[in-house]
Design a protein around this ligand. Sequence first.
Ligand code: SF4
Ligand code: SF4
Length: 84
Amino acid sequence: MAKGAVHITVERCKGCGICVEFCPTHVLGMSSAFNAKGYHPPFVVNGEKCSGCDLCGMYCPDFAIYGFKLPAPSVAGKAEGVKQ
Ligand code: SF4
Ligand code: SF4
């Protein structure tokens, strides 16, 4: 199960490919589709490999992508069982 997820704002993207190059687990690929500006945005190829490290977000010059950590299922399950 994926530890993280990535959000792409397709219309902000200028198609530089930096996020694809720098993702350490090869989550991203470049789409063959165009956005409204005429650039090819990235898309998620291997979502289950995303760690939520946000390297893509740190390198993107256009603030068009970011990664985030997902809550661990086991921790969430324990929290639900706690009586207060
Ligand atoms: S780094 Fe940003 S601008 Fe470049 S392809 Fe990725 S999302 Fe688009
Ligand atoms: S958050 Fe990290 S693992 Fe996920 S797509 Fe971005 S760089 Fe790759």
